[in-house]
Every structure is written in structure tokens, then in C-alpha cells.
Design a protein around this ligand. Structure first.
Ligand code: ATP
Ligand code: MG
Length: 779
């Protein structure tokens, strides 16, 4: 077999057909574990290897960053094998470790680096880095290429600030979380604030619309985008600018999408625009040397709460096919063999999903025989359930030495269920909560990133406020309020005030020195952005800002741990610089903001994984515990009276069951304390839908085996009062300043003896001055 095609030998004929299809649209539909992701991955290698497609011309969309990483590794392996044959006439595995590493890094540098593989968010963030300045916003907002990406918690805090502090909305009636959710929904449907009101002409609609309006204005003022913007803005940009769309259409000749059933309308529009260059008549589409290839399974559509819509998958042929009689067969491949799960596990999954009415029947045949018995365990309560899992894991690892901790996954419906399970595992089983312990969510990492974000984008006020007094440098809330008010009244970013010494001297009272020192450090590193490597900038700023020193002085284990995490951030920056063509600070920050929960999975392979069913999509584990199968918990109580939502819960259960390769445990409790109250529970209706003969309802045999809060001292900023305050200053007044010369008053801030003036000095810019103290002469 030739080197060119030997990797295709590990595919079945339908997969091979999908991989070898060159131009035009192709849809691969198939059940869980049938090798869809594998086919997609191999297709990329095949395009490069056999059709000589330039890696830069390939765009592959994955559902998680982890999936993207795995895909790149897999392709790297295929190419390293080929290089091993070419250079050494040997199989890669037979070469020395040193040679193997050399070949892999050569494959990386020549191919993998150039591929556009990632999530919708990461890929389109990258595109916006090139073109966001060409975007014409309907409201006139502008962003520059160094925009900051706000993660979910940044977005939440911005919505909260706007709703409760600025618009005085009662947070009991309108929970900021739900407002944020509504804004996100609106964006996922491509709606502007005013459209929300048209769609929902109620009081609630008006509140959402107002908060959304202000939220977007503040994002723009901070030169920031949220996750939804990363999809929405490119869609609008492509729709309004033919040459931008044309450029990217030319670039991405081959588009591939995994988990297509969980694509939402806006994401679909993006893909559609890129593939068709905006051509709406499918008869006019020209597929010469280009393709669109999507894979999915409607039975695994579980993100409708994020506006995903699996009819997009069902409409694929309608959208991209030519409509000729044999279109159906030319543009679709079905995979019918499951390679992942034992036969009994697969049968249980298939029987369950047949209870859904809204589905297309499909075949999913096992390729692996019956495995271990599937148990459905009834626990007295949630603590017993957790103990059961703990004991079974210990027992199975003792019986099967090949099972490492990484072989086990515990899947649940809601995050809150993890705590009790964690407590049971804590003493003797290493575990990690996927999605719970996000590296980039840790306080010290967020602080360090805020410093970096500020260097990169000084208009990012959210980051500025996060760190201006972290570590504590005596800049109190009152000082900050003064500075913020000035920036609001002048309608300039806060940094513009803080970076100007004179303005600070006027406004910051006793904290003046601290604010100026802070601004000096930021300016110093801003000036070195182009010359110093990212990790050095990080180290420098953490030292000079006393951030590290402050942690060292705390001397606690927790502080020690935080220092280690900061070191890890250094490594992340270095690794990023090595691995990416775009190794700029901007690039790194975008990557960090997008780092998903699932990214930690790899490093922590030898730990039991705890995660929600939603996070488990696309993954597989030898042993899976599916817990909390109780009515109201799973299916979730919000879905019990809604047949469509209930079907989605059933799909979620199908996803859970089909993650298991060798063994599956189902668990439920008769009584459960969750979210603070203890309630009797009844078994999930899904249990009754499973084939009784394949499930053992008896118990399986057991073989045992924290920061001190310092009250900021009454940090009163005593101001000299003076008679000069009696003068009535007005915008347009001309003044003379001893040092700055003649200027124009552009704003009068505050009133009475709290009046400050913003004065524009030609050639020097704007300074904020206290007329009682500053050597100002009215002209
Ligand atoms: P899901 O719907 O859960 O995302 P999938 O259809 O993407 O599943 P993969 O993850 O690609 O399925 O494959 C499932 C498992 O089967 C993987 O371990 C993969 O390596 C293996 N596999 C896929 N195709 C084959 C094949 N032709 N021969 C042997 N094993 C295969
Ligand atoms: Mg998959």
C-alpha cells in the first residue's frame, strides 16, 4: 500500500467515500460513535496529501478547542508517518524518540500550523483580527484590531453593572443573569436592541432592549466583543462588504464542520456566506476546486437553548445541492457501524432514542460484542449514590489494571451535582471537574490577563478597573469614582484620564502618587510590547506592579498555589509563541479568552472526569456513570410539560449513554438534597424506556477494598477650599496655565467647591485641572 493511501485503510468503505469526495457539498449523517469525526479528520489529511490542497485553504470547525487540538495531533501523526517513510524508509514508531519528535515538529511547521482548525469563536476571532476595522456598524460603533474578548463572567459583570447601577433596574424583577441570557439569545438571532422591542412589545422587552443597547455601547467603548459578537459581527461584515467576503471565500476553498446538528442560524449564515460567496441561487454555485463537508447526528442535537437548530442539518442538501435527481446520493453519505460501544450499550441507547417522535430513523450496527453487564443502581440518597460510584471505581481499577483513572467519566445533568461526588472521591481518587476548575477562570490568572489586556488595549476599562488597585496600592473607591465620573462626563476612556499626570493630580487626592505610579508602569510596558516577548512582559509587570510580591508576603498555601499558576501562565505564553504563526500578545489573549472548559482534559488524563452531559459531547470513555436519573432532575423539571424540550432531554441521555465504550452504570436516588432542600425523588421516565433484559437492577457485587478584608481607612481626600471656587466657569472660557500655556475649557465637571475643569491645550491634549489649585488665569 502506498504511503499516500495507507492511512485510509483504517476507514470503512463509507468513510472512505466521504474522505475521497473532492469537490462540491457532502453531508455525512450517522449515529454516535460511527466515526464521523474520524472521517472529517482524515479528509483534511487526504485533501493536502492527495489533492495538494494548500493547508491555508482549509477551514475546519470543531465544537470544542480540545477537539481542534486532537484533530491537529491526529493529522500531525499522519504526516509524520509519511515523512518517516520518505526520509528513513521506516515506520515512524520504529524510529528513535528523538527522530520521532523531529519529524513531528517538521510536520507541524510545514502543515499543521497553517490549518484553520478551531471552534466558530476562535476561527472568527482570528478573522476579525484582520478585518474588524472594515466593519460598518449600524450604530456607528467602531472596534480596532486589538479588541478584547470578554468571557462570560466579564459579560455578566458588565450587564449587572449597567442594569443595577446605571439603569436602576430592580434585580429582583430582572435578574442580571437572565438579562444577559436574553441579550445573548437576541444576538444569536441576529437582532438589534430595537428588534427585541418589536418582537417583544412588553415591559420586559423594553428592559432587555434598553440594557442590550447600553451593553453594546459599553462593549464598543471598551473596544471589546463578547462571544456572540465574534459570530455576529463577521456575519454582518460579510453581508455588507463584498470584497471582504470575496477574500475569505477565496481563502477557504474547503470548509468542514463537525457536530453540524448544533449549529445555530447565525453560524449557519457565516458558513453559507463563506461557501457560496453570497450567491443565493444554488444552481449558479461553482464548486470547482472547492467543497463543503459537514458531519452530524440529529439525535445528538442538545444545544437548542443556545439557538442551535437541527433543521439546518436536515436542510443541507436543499441548501447546497444542485437539486438534480441523483443529488441525494451524490451529496450524502451514511455511516452505519458503531466502533465505540459494546453491543449491549448501543442497544440500550438505540432503544431509548426510538421514543423520540421528531427524528429520522437510521441504522447503527455494533461492531463490538456484548460487554460487561449494565447496572441501574438505586441509591437511598445522593450521598449513597456518590459512595457507590467511589466503590465501583476502586473495585474496577483493582480488577482491571489497564483501567487508569482517566478511563472513568461521571456525567450529570446539572453542575450542582458534582459537589457530593467530589466529596466522596476526595480522599483517594484523583478527579477533575471539567468546566469547574477552568485555569483561565482563576483569580490570579484573570488579574494577570487583565494587566496584559490593558497593555494591549488601553480602552479596556473593565480590565483597568480590575487591577488598578490589585494589589492594593491605596486607590480607594472614592478616588476611582472621581476618575470615572470625569471620564464619563468627558466621554473618553478612563485610561485617558489616568494616563495624564495633570488630570490625576487634580482628581486623585491622596491617591495621586499611587495612580501616577501605576500609569507609569503600564506605559512603560506598553512601550515594550513590540520588542519584548510576551512572557517577559508578563514577568516584568507582575514584579513592578508588586503583584507577585504581595502574594509572596501572604505566605499561605493558597498564595503559593496562585504563584505556581502564574508560572503556568508563563509556560502557556511560551508554548503559544512556539506553536502559533501569530504569536502576538493579541493572539495569545484571544486564545486565552476562548480557552474552553474542556482544554484541561488532556493534561489531566489520569484523573476521573466529572462533567455535565453537555460537555461530554464527542468524547468517549471506557467506563461511564450516568447519575441522577430522576424525574425533574433528568429530565429536567422545566421540560416535563413541553414535549419538544423533553425530546431534547432524551437526546442528551442518548449522548450520555453513547459516551461509554466498555461499561455503563446508571444511577438514581430515592431522595435527594439539591440546591438546599431535601426531596423524595422518583426514577426518571427514561429508565422505564430502556430494555429491561439488558439492564441489571440489582446492586453490583462490591469488592472493597481559603483574604483578610482591610477596611480602607477613611481615605478622605481633603481638598483645599478656596474662594476661587466662587467663579462661574463655562465651557468655551479661555485660560492661561503657567506650564501648558493657553487653552480652552471644554467641560466643567462637578459644581461648587468640587468643580474641576477639562482644558484642551493645543498640542498637549486635554488636562483636568482644579481651578482652586492650578495656576490658571481666565483670559
Ligand atoms: P460522536 O457522534 O459521538 O461524535 P463520531 O461519529 O464522531 O461520534 P468518532 O469519535 O469519530 O465517532 O469515532 C468513535 C470511535 O470509533 C473512535 O474511537 C474512533 O477512533 C473509532 N473508529 C472510527 N472509525 C473507525 C474504523 N473504521 N475502524 C475502527 N475504529 C474506528
Ligand atoms: Mg464526533
Amino acid at each position: 500500500m502506498s504511503v499516500e493511501t495507507d492511512f485510509l485503510a483504517s476507514l470503512n468503505s463509507s468513510q472512505r467515500q466521504a474522505v475521497q469526495h473532492f469537490c462540491g457539498p457532502l453531508l455525512v449523517v450517522a449515529g454516535a460513535g460511527s466515526g464521523k469525526t474520524r472521517a472529517l479528520t482524515y479528509r483534511i489529511a487526504h485533501l493536502i496529501l492527495n489533492h495538494k490542497v494548500n493547508p491555508e485553504n482549509i477551514l475546519a470547525v470543531t465544537f470544542t478547542n480540545k477537539a481542534a487540538k486532537e484533530m491537529k495531533e491526529r493529522i500531525e501523526l499522519i504526516f509524520s508517518r509519511r515523512l518517516a517513510q520518505e526520509k528513513h524508509g521506516q515506520r515512524l514508531e520504529l524510529l528513535s524518540e528523538y527522530e520521532q519528535t523531529k519529524l513531528r515538529s517538521s510536520a507541524y511547521r510545514s502543515i499543521i500550523k497553517y490549518l484553520w482548525i478551531g471552534t466558530f469563536h476562535s476561527l472568527f476571532a482570528r478573522i476579525l483580527r484582520y478585518d474588524i476595522n472594515k466593519y460598518q456598524d449600524k450604530k456607528g460603533y467602531e472596534w480596532t484590531k486589538s479588541f478584547t474578548i470578554y468571557d462570560e463572567s466579564d459579560a455578566q459583570s458588565l450587564v449587572k453593572k449597567i442594569a443595577t447601577k446605571e439603569l436602576n433596574i430592580d434585580d429582583k424583577k430582572f435578574n442580571p443573569r437572565s438579562l444577559r441570557y436574553s441579550i445573548s439569545n437576541a444576538k444569536n438571532q441576529g437582532l438589534y436592541p430595537e428588534d427585541v422591542l418589536t418582537q417583544q412589545p412588553t415591559y420586559r422587552g423594553r428592559v432587555i432592549s434598553e440594557v442590550y443597547q447600553e451593553y453594546q455601547a459599553q462593549l464598543a467603548a471598551n473596544n471589546a466583543l463578547d462571544f456572540d459578537d465574534l459570530i455576529l459581527i463577521p456575519t454582518r461584515l460579510f453581508a455588507q462588504n463584498e470584497s471582504v467576503l470575496g477574500y475569505w471565500h477565496q481563502q477557504f476553498k474547503h470548509i468542514l464542520v463537525d457536530e453540524y446538528q448544533d449549529t445555530n442560524r447565525i453560524q449557519y449564515q457565516l458558513i453559507n456566506l463563506l461557501a457560496t460567496n453570497g450567491e443565493t441561487n444554488r444552481k449558479n454555485l461553482n464548486w470547482e476546486n472547492r467543497s463543503i463537508f459537514v458531519v452530524g447526528d440529529a439525535d445528538q442535537s442538545i444545544y437548542s437553548f443556545r439557538m442551535a437548530d437541527f433543521t439546518i442539518l436536515l436542510d443541507f442538501q436543499e441548501d447546497f445541492g444542485d437539486g438534480l435527481p441523483d443529488d441525494d446520493t451524490r451529496t450524502m453519505v451514511k455511516l452505519e457501524e458503531n466502533y465505540r460501544s459494546r453491543e449491549n450499550i448501543l442497544e440500550v441507547a438505540n432503544t431509548l432514542i426510538e421514543n423520540n417522535t421528531e427524528r429520522i430513523d437510521k441504522i447503527l450496527k455494533p461492531t463490538r460484542g456484548y460487554g460487561e453487564e449494565i447496572y441501574c443502581y438505586k441509591a437511598d440518597n445522593e450521598i449513597e449514590e456518590a459512595k457507590f460510584i467511589h466503590n465501583q471505581i476502586l473495585k474496577l481499577t483493582q480488577e482491571n489494571p489497564e483501567l487508569g483513572w482517566g478511563s472513568f467519566a461521571i456525567l450529570y445533568r446539572t453542575n450542582a451535582q458534582s459537589r457530593v461526588i467530589e466529596e466522596a472521591l476526595l480522599s483517594d481518587i484523583p478527579y477533575h471537574v471539567v468546566g469547574g476548575l477552568k485555569f483561565y477562570d482563576r483569580k490570579e490568572i484573570k488579574d494577570a490577563l487583565a494587566y496584559l489586556r490593558l497593555l494591549n488595549n488601553p480602552n479596556d476599562t473593565v480590565s483597568l478597573l480590575r487591577i488598578i488597585n490589585t494589589p492594593r496600592r491605596g486607590i480607594g473607591q472614592k478616588t476611582l469614582d472621581q476618575l470615572i465620573t470625569a471620564s464619563q462626563e468627558l466621554n473618553v476612556p478612563l485610561w485617558e484620564i489616568i494616563s495624564d499626570e495633570t488630570s490625576v493630580n487634580t482628581l486623585a487626592g491622596r491617591a495621586t502618587k499611587a495612580v501616577n505610579e501605576f500609569a507609569q508602569i503600564i506605559k512603560k510596558y506598553q512601550a515594550s510590547l513590540e520588542t519584548l516577548p510576551g512572557a517577559e512582559i508578563l514577568d516584568g509587570i507582575l514584579d513592578e506592579s508588586n503583584y507577585r510580591e504581595d502574594l509572596k508576603n501572604q505566605g499561605t498555601d493558597e498564595a503559593e498555589n496562585r504563584l505556581e499558576n502564574l508560572k503556568e501562565l508563563d509556560s502557556a505564553m511560551m508554548q503559544f509563541a512556539e506553536e502559533n504563526e501569530d504569536s502576538s500578545l493579541e493572539g495569545f489573549l484571544a486564545n486565552a479568552a476562548l480557552a474552553s472548559d474542556l482544554d484541561n482534559l488532556n493534561e489531566e488524563e489520569e484523573k476521573v472526569s466529572l462533567m455535565t452531559l453537555h460537555s461530554a459531547k464527542g468524547l468517549e470513555f471506557p467506563v461511564v456513570f450516568l447519575v441522577g436519573l430522576e424525574q425533574g432532575l433528568f429530565p429536567n423539571h422545566r421540560t416535563l410539560n413541553d414535549p419538544t424540550a423533553l425530546e431534547e432531554e432524551r437526546r442528551l441521555c442518548y449522548v450520555g449513554i453513547t459516551r461509554a465504550q466498555e461499561q455503563l452504570f446508571l444511577c438514581y436516588a430515592q431522595e435527594r438534597r439539591l440546591w438546599g432542600s431535601r426531596e423524595p425523588a422518583i426514577p426518571s421516565q427514561f429508565i422505564a424506556e430502556l430494555p429491561k433484559d439488558l439492564i441489571n437492577f440489582s446492586s453490583p457485587p462490591l469488592q472493597p477494598r481559603r483574604q483578610k478584608k482591610t477596611t480602607s481607612k477613611n481615605n478622605k481626600e481633603t481638598k483645599k477650599t478656596s474662594d476661587q471656587s466662587s467663579r462661574n466657569w463655562e465651557v468655551g472660557d479661555r485660560v492661561f496655565h503657567k506650564t501648558f500655556g493657553e487653552g480652552n475649557v471644554t467641560h466643567v465637571l462637578g459644581s461648587g467647591n468640587k468643580t474641576n475643569l477639562a482644558v484642551e491645550f493645543p498640542g498637549l491634549g486635554r488636562k483636568i485641572l482644579d481651578p482652586r489649585i492650578a495656576p490658571l488665569q481666565p483670559l
